[in-house]
Ligand binder design. Sequence first.
Ligand code: GLN
Length: 243
Amino acid sequence: MELKICHLYPDVLNLYGDRGNILCMEQRLKWRGIDVTTTGVSVGEPLKASDFDLFFIGGGQDFEEEVLLPDLAAGKTAELKAAIEDGATFLAICGGYQMLGAYYKTWDGQQCDFTGALDLYTEGSAERMIGNYAFTCEELGVNVVGFENHSGKTYLGSGVKPLGKVLKGYGNNGADGTEGARYKNVFATYSHGCLLPKNPVLCDHILKTALARKYGAVELPPLDDTLEESAHRYMERRLLGEK
Ligand code: GLN
């Protein structure tokens, strides 16, 4: 088995060590003897989305999100939308998450019309929503721990579901209790950095989603997640207290 990962805009959308999520996916595949290749596709480089099984889009500042608008409009938007509708797996974080929605209106009034691949939009606010946070993910029956830092407040339309419900922190907008978005095989979240290393159950679920589309349902042999679980539990306790 083999997974082909596309890292979209690796040199532009690269906040808070988001690339670590790719390292985590690669390593957890390699430990199970599954081949993986990761290809970066950035500004000015053509994207043939059907070449890939899994897309990773990291976070970026408002400025970087604006910079990408012409490149998206020049062809990548159509490729990304087709890939999503076709069931490709996506992990999109913060700025990358916002980019999959209809638009992002920044706190200083810049209108960024984005891909519209997902039924959601984002509006900037004066308040920054920063910190470690936690949400429940009902689909997996686990709590996810993460780190958020955004001024954009994202609102979901009826065409998407939240990835989870906020237990501590802000999530999509600090008001309606939702966090992230789910549509087909897209996983979108505000959680940066070491999201997958600290949440191995989520990582394996995303990998299984991508493998299942290509090879049919697969079981991944368990790994020794002692360190990962310990990091997860430490943050969970810090945020939510003792269970
Ligand atoms: N620029 C966006 C915001 O502040 C996203 C930031 C990010 O990716 N951390 O809402």
